[in-house]
Design a protein around this ligand. Sequence first.
Ligand SMILES: [Zn+2]
Length: 1010
Amino acid sequence: MLNEKIYIERVQRWIELVGKVVYSQPHKLKAQYIYDAKTPIPWAEIGKHQWKPIEVGEKWADVWGCGWFKLTGKVPSIMTNAFVGVWVDVQGEACLFKNGVPYQGLTNKIDWNLQAGKYFVPLFPNSKGNEEIELLLETGANGLFGEDKKTYNLERADIVVFDQQAYDLWLDLRALFSLWEGLPANKPRKKRILHGLNQACNLWQDGRDKEACLAITKKLLSLPAEASALTAWSIGHAHIDVAWLWPLRETRRKCSRTFSTALRYIEEYPDYIFGASQAQLYQFVKEDYPELYEEIKEKVKAGKWECQGATWVESDTNIPSGESLIRQCIYGKRFFKDEFGQEINYLWLPDCFGYTGSLPQILKRSKVDTFISQKLSWNDTNTFPHHTYRWQGIDGSEVLCHFLPTNDYNFSNLPKSFIETENRYAQADISDDFLNLYGIGDGGGGPSKEHIELGLRQQNLEGVPKFKFSPAKEFIAKLRTLDFAEIPLWQGELYFELHRGTYTTQSLMKKHNRMLEQKMQLIEFLSVLTNSNTNKYLRPIWQDILMNQFHDIIPGSSIGWVYEDAKASSEKNLQKLELLEQSLISNLLTETNAHNNLVIFNSLSHERTEVIEYKVEQPVKVFIKQEELEVEYQNDSIFFTITIPAMGYQQIRLEPASKAIATPLLNSEVKLENDLLEVKFGNHGEITSILDKETNRELLADSANVLKLWEDVPNNWGAWDINHFYRETTPELPELIERRFTVKNKFKQSITQRLSIGNSEIIQTISLNHDSAVIEIENNVDWNEKHKMLRVGASPAIKTMNATSEIQFGLLERPTHKNTSWDWAKFEVLAHTFIDVSDNYHGFAVLNNCKYGHSVQDNSIEINLLRSPADVHKEADLGKHNFTYCYYPHKENLQNSDVIQKAHALNQKLVLLESDLVPMQTADSLFELSNDRVILQTVKYAETGDDIILRLYESIGSPQTLELSCKTSYKAAFECNMLEEKEQELKLANNMLQLEFKPFEIKTVRLSRG
Ligand SMILES: [Zn+2]
């Protein structure tokens, strides 16, 4: 074709023109509204409000305002025999209700590639003229992506005529033009499409002969797909972030809009199938819109609606504990089973920021064998090499993974993008199939008609993959027929080379999550210890915890409102658990002994010997039975050392001491010292020396506790990202304001120092107990920075190629060097309660009680303590923070040390309760473990029934044998999957179980009382 460029422009202009004639003859509706500035008005309360008239162009709301619109009118008689509907645009989101039930969502957000906003409500396919119209719409003054403007006007409310022929032609033209764009140059098919489009344009004649145009487009669309075309198994999808740029309350309404729209398209298009993940969203709909929920149930039963994913929400997998990830599966799978009769055996996380190496085992043992995602397509450094692959976790468990080769979970269904996908699909050599999630998402919405219409045109079309309407589970069943030996294997974590700041942003959220996880572990243990099944109190709390682990809440990437909600819910739940803890313990304390008593509880599975610091009104003596313990008295507190049995408690007696004298706080050189270590300090608050007194060896190559305030201005996505170049800037060091001893006695020494850095202040209390090499540093920070990051580093005298981080139920090694681009990209990594560098003889661990972001380069270990991204939430992280980290120079390598026990003890403090009542026994222990490499992480009541569930794991990556003694007698023991379903009976002899563990194996044991 000569002058092809000119024809292309002509065709593009014409397609736009055709689009404009689809909806015509606008006729104004009368509009009235009611309004609340903050809170949605329920359907039942509409009557309490006075309708106010509003004209098109007038403001109806400030951002986040909530309203209802009543639109009334009469179909003009000139529209007789036409397809008549209404066109509504309130600039925000809206949902048409019928008889109090959400009927269809309307929203102005359009697909990036596809102009596919939702404004049109079809009413009379063949109007008789003069029909009365009265519509009620619930409205929200926010865009699909939250606050997109400050005020919202009624933009349009018209009765319009819909031209089906023009619409069909418009969709044909768009499909063909996109196909033309995607096809390689010089293909005959490409040339013929442009020629045909131009021919059709010649026949248009102001729209008088649409049929002639359609004859050409239909012919071009009738050519069948090539024999080797891939199949795009396609399911309508609406990614609904449980909270992100909008609060939870808006998510509930997003569900009503999105899900009602999906139901209408299911009715309109017989082949259409829609899917939605996240039990939590279904739970919202069940609570708020029971009729809509019933409609969804019917469509699930009819196979038109797919419940997706096995989890409660699409959870982050970096930060939640292993037990939390298991509960995500238990709660998610159980909900879909109970409510919909659906057994879901695949995980659905298209949008999470990296995937922990513990996940394959957790999935496998929760009866989930396949994993759907795509997020690693966003990597900033390396291209992830596979789309269909086997993923092997740290223990060797494998799941089958499919990363959408569309690189998108909001796919447009445009032919050009399908052609790119087909070319990109790394496993096209062995697989004919890929999964396609299409529709508008992140803020919900789902497919528009255009998405479905484009799909219909590509079911068997030359040049593109074959579009197949299908639920994900049918695709997965097909995928699982591949020869597994041919499928590539990826081992270890799926590290996401982006969004590394989400390990740290919104640190209070992360701290609350850690506290709640620890508290739940304690309460579940106390429930079993005291024979009180508290599951019914704990379930709603677990649901809140699981919800807040959603992949935009816990990572810190949401607006401030979301964190206000999360803080309120976390604090309320912590309070409830506190009360529950006291009431459980009081169940146990039934005997009187006419003394003051302290009962000290240890919910961890190893015996703990620790220094206790306990506030008293007057000096006291401390006794275990008749044995008096050595006690120091200082700062109105007593200090003593005590040993508490594993998973048990120890009772002690307090008796007034007549002549105790407080140990004086003497002024001396400000350094910490015990039999093991001598710790010295420098001018910026740093630790300049840790001397091992046994070997007289300096343990630091350079300083520790080195606080640095870095510039933190990533190119994009401030709350999400840390760019590596922060390291090229010059950090600020703290200024030491004062430093002095605050505790100094036989059992404990503490130094408190006040530091100023940037606009912030840090008060540190650095403590060393006797008989311990753990240097504990408690921090109280008043944080007043923007676009800054506070990191603390230590440089031990150890040279290693790898550092070891604790992850869920195990350990993960990552490089301390930058040899390859894959190593380089891991400049910020995630660890749970500790990170460690060890050689064969000794090591250095950094423990924490609520932090996740770390980096290890050469021999320098850093924790990312605080960020202040000031973008999605302007005040993110400002204010007061309290956190603790510890340095633990240890003998032996990590695996032969007690680092794990020390780190867990830092996070799960001993519980002290003073009472004049005591338990029947002075000390008790629920379970005793012969091997401390195996950790009994969780002791709980079974989800159903009164059996006891134990969750144990091998913690260092070596095979282990364990003898587990139960102090209570049980009738039978069973090995279970993580859903607590019995798999095989275990031999229980004399209340003793013998268990064999593979490296990093997690075992679930069910103990039955008969
Ligand atoms: Zn998301």
